[in-house]
Structures are given as structure tokens and as C-alpha cells.
Write a protein that binds this ligand. Structure first.
Ligand code: NAD
Length: 431
């Protein structure tokens, strides 16, 4: 196993020079990163196409656009975020003043997954740079073209003691996790999140864990079913269902189930045509292991639409499964693929009972016009974040901190939350 101590020592020594704390240095680094992304736009599009058959439009929006948006928002606000803030002082401390000073943690480790292999590697880097840290990034080995591109982009243009990409598999993560970083930011599965948390505990290193889970989508009897079908299909089948906040399963009121099934079918074919297996703009499954795992779910319940697959090209058609029960294999773990199980309900209390019995989801979506039902769901179910009458778009707002809770993770980022995540807030009483 390789030893990364020398790299971490170099970064920690560089951090101690104080250079990375200079706000102008951070602004220059973010501007350089932005230029690099713009210069390499076609390389990024090609890499994610090779790795996941990601269509250009999705790559531009979800891999590149989102990160550029984060950089622009950060550049606009950084000076304010990085300044000390004066706060109130209680009467018992009369004569003193109180301040909160944001300071960078130091050296950061970012471990990234494969599903949005560019965005989920670089968006955390934006926060780490903005807060004034150094960083080591370990991209996913399952998307080797993007990993190689990231290594070239970062390692050829930034000094190793500031930002560095280390490519590799599990052994590389394991070796990196033995080092004494000042902060670890991990995106990936709940199982590996536990391994990361355990490794971090040995050094008492704080962590953000951006994990997954089964995100429910509830469609109530009063919902606008056209809108619900369109937005569920969009959120579920983008990137072939390999999105951490994709609707994992649908709970639909029995009065509107048939209508929803019909409209979901229509929405799928309107987006991807009738020969989806050969559609060049439909994403591929990342590996044969994931393909085989997903394919085994196709005999759960009954197929409403879809069900075809092509193992040679790692494609699974968008598939809707009806007559699913909570005990079916597909309902045990996060699906992370283009298969959508449907469970019908009669009473919303069943829905709440079933969801709260399970691990806290990363996202939840509710389609209903009824405000008291909206309040009831929000008040009674804990989940990372979500949307009412929409899917997945909460994660693309700079103003909404994005993260999980319980088994779906801890901590949050995006916008100001990214700066805060990578900063320690030092409280100072001054006489
Ligand atoms: P993963 O946990 O298998 O891998 C993530 C990273 O951890 C990779 O870089 C991998 O090399 C590394 N890794 C794998 N096994 C390891 C081990 N034993 N020790 C140390 N490091 C290890 O996750 P994945 O398959 O890449 O991603 C899919 C999962 O990530 C899904 O559960 C999904 O919901 C979740 N996810 C969450 C978010 C979020 O923002 N919350 C975003 C994307 C994906």
C-alpha cells in the first residue's frame, strides 16, 4: 500500500505558510479552476460520455454548469463570507466585544463517487478552496476517463502542496484514510461512509458524509398527475437512475395509480423515444456488477413498461414495476438504476409509518396541493432535503444546503454551506 504521508506533510507545511488563507489567493485559485473547466469543457463531456454514456446536455448541465455556478456564486460572496463577524455581547460581559472568525481547517481529503464523477469531485473542492484549505482529491476508479482527466487538469496546473489528485481504487482510499487530515469530505455509499467515519475517528478528524438511501416519492390523490409523471420521470431516469437524489420508489394513492402509470409511460417515451436500448442519449449502467444487481430486480412485481436490457452495452430500459410490496428485494436497498417500483396506499398515515420505520432517506418528494398534508409530511418524516411538487431540483439551488441525515449522511454543502463546511468558526471575546 502506498504511503501518502509525504504528500500530506507537504500540504500541511504549505498551509502553515498562510498563503492559502489570503482571500486574493483563494479568488485567484477559483478563477483559475473556472478557466480550466471552461477550457476543458469538451474533454469533460467526452470523458463522462465514455464512462457513463452521459448525453452532452446532461454533462453540460449537471457536471459542468452546476460547478461553474457554484464557483461564480462563491466568487461573488467570498469576501463577505471570509470576514470576521461582530455579534452581540451579553450584559454580563459589559465592556467587551464579540466576534466570530472563520478559519480554514487545513488539509482536506475529498473522496468522490462515480455517478456524477466530475461535479461530485470538483464541487467540494470549490468549498475547500473558498474556505482557504489545501486538498487531496481521490476520484472514483469506476469512471477512469474522468478520473484521468481530473488528475491532468488539477495536477498540471496547481502545485502539489496545494491541490492534488490521487487516482486509485479502494486501497488508495484506505491508505489516504490512514493519514491525519484536518477534514474529510466523502460522497458515496452508506456502507463505505461507515468505513470513512471509523478511519476519521482514529484521528478525531471531522467529516461530512454525503451518502445515499431510498428516497420516497409520494403522489397523493389531489396531485397534478401530468406534472407528477413528468417530474418523476425526469428525476428518476436522468443518468439512468444513477443519481443520489433520484426518486427511488413511488407511493401513490390508489385512486390515481392507473392514471399515474399511464402518464409515467408517456413521459418516458416522450423523453427517450421507443427504442431506448439503442438511444445514444440514454445513460449506461456503470459496471457489469451493478448491471447484474439491477437486472435481478426485473422479476419483482409486474412490469408496466420497459424490462429490456443489453448486458454487452450495459443498458437497462426505464422500467416501471407495479404490484410491489415492502418485502420485495427491490425495496431493501437503494436501487440506483432506471427501475421504478410502485406501491399503492389508501391512507397517508400508512405512508408515514412505513417511511419512518426505515433508514432516514436523502430526499423525499411529495406531489399534492394540500398544504396540511405537506405540513404533516414535513413535520413527521426526517430526511435530508427534498421538494414539494418537484423532484431533485432542491440540490441545484445555492441557497439550499444539500446533505443527508442519519443513514443518508451528515453535514451539508453548496453555496454558503460549502464555505461553512470547510471552515472552523472561532469565537472571540475581546476586551
Ligand atoms: P462507493 O461508496 O462505493 O465509493 C465512493 C468512493 O469511495 C470511491 O472513490 C471509492 O473508490 C471509495 N471506496 C470504495 N470502497 C471503499 C472502501 N472500502 N474504503 C475506502 N474507500 C472506498 O460509492 P459509489 O458506488 O461510487 O457511489 C454510489 C453511492 O453514492 C450511492 O449510494 C449514492 O446514493 C451515493 N451518492 C451520494 C451522493 C450525495 O451527495 N449524498 C451523491 C452521489 C452518490
Amino acid at each position: 500500500m502506498e504511503n501518502y504521508q509525504e504528500l500530506i506533510n507537504k500540504q500541511q507545511t504549505f498551509f502553515r505558510t498562510g498563503i492559502t488563507k489570503d482571500t486574493n489567493f483563494r479568488i485567484e485559485a477559483l478563477t483559475k479552476l473556472k478557466d480550466l473547466i471552461q477550457t476543458h469543457e469538451h474533454d469533460i463531456i467526452n470523458a463522462v460520455k465514455k464512462d457513463l454514456n452521459k448525453p452532452e446536455i446532461e454533462a453540460k448541465r449537471a457536471e459542468i454548469g452546476l460547478v461553474l455556478g457554484e464557483i461564480d456564486f462563491t466568487l461573488k460572496n467570498l469576501t463577505g463570507w471570509a470576514s470576521a463577524e461582530e455579534v452581540q455581547t451579553p450584559d454580563t460581559h459589559r465592556g467587551a466585544k464579540s466576534f466570530i472568525y472563520p478559519e480554514p481547517y487545513g488539509s482536506i481529503l475529498v473522496i468522490a463517487p462515480w455517478n456524477y464523477p466530475f461535479q461530485l469531485a470538483v464541487a467540494p473542492l470549490v468549498g475547500a478552496i473558498a474556505a482557504g484549505n489545501t486538498a487531496v482529491l481521490k476520484p472514483s476508479e469506476l469512471t477512469p476517463n474522468t478520473s484521468r482527466l481530473l488528475a491532468g487538469m488539477i495536477n498540471d496546473h496547481f502545485q502539489e502542496e496545494y491541490l492534488h489528485v490521487v487516482e486509485g481504487e479502494v486501497e488508495t482510499s484506505t491508505a489516504l484514510l490512514q493519514e491525519n487530515f484536518d477534514y474529510i469530505f466523502f460522497t458515496g455509499s452508506t456502507g463505505v461512509g461507515k468505513i470513512v467515519a471509523e478511519a476519521a475517528a482514529k484521528h478525531l478528524t471531522p467529516v461530512t458524509l454525503e451518502l445515499g438511501g431510498k428516497s420516497p416519492t409520494i403522489v397523493h390523490s389531489d396531485a397534478d398527475i401530468d406534472e407528477a409523471a413528468t417530474r418523476i420521470a425526469r428525476g428518476k431516469f436522468a443518468n439512468a437512475g444513477q443519481t443520489c437524489v433520484a426518486p427511488d420508489y413511488v407511493l401513490v394513492h390508489r385512486d390515481v395509480k392507473n392514471e399515474l402509470l399511464e402518464k409515467l409511460k408517456g413521459a418516458i417515451h416522450a423523453s427517450y423515444g421507443d427504442d431506448i436500448i439503442h438511444n445514444q442519449d440514454f445513460g449506461h449502467i456503470v459496471s457489469t456488477r451493478h448491471f447484474d444487481r439491477l437486472k435481478s430486480f426485473l422479476d419483482n412485481g409486474s412490469i408496466v413498461t420497459g424490462g429490456d436490457s443489453d448486458r454487452d452495452n450495459l443498458v437497462i430500459e426505464p422500467t416501471i414495476l407495479d404490484s410491489i410490496s415492502w418485502e420485495d428485494p427491490i425495496m431493501q436497498d437503494e436501487i440506483f438504476g432506471p427501475i421504478l417500483p410502485i406501491i399503492e396506499y389508501e391512507d397517508t398515515s400508512e405512508v408515514i409509518d412505513q417511511i419512518v420505520k426505515r433508514p432516514k432517506p436523502l430526499a423525499l418528494y411529495l406531489f399534492s396541493e394540500n398544504e396540511s398534508l405537506q405540513d404533516e409530511i414535513l413535520a413527521n418524516i426526517s430526511f435530508g432535503g427534498g421538494a414539494i411538487n418537484d423532484t431533485i431540483n432542491h440540490m441545484t439551488s445555492h441557497y439550499l444546503p444539500f446533505g443527508g441525515v442519519g443513514a443518508s449522511g451528515m453535514g451539508a454543502y453548496h453555496g454558503k454551506a460549502s464555505f461553512d463546511t470547510f471552515s472552523h468558526f472561532k469565537s472571540i471575546l475581546k476586551r
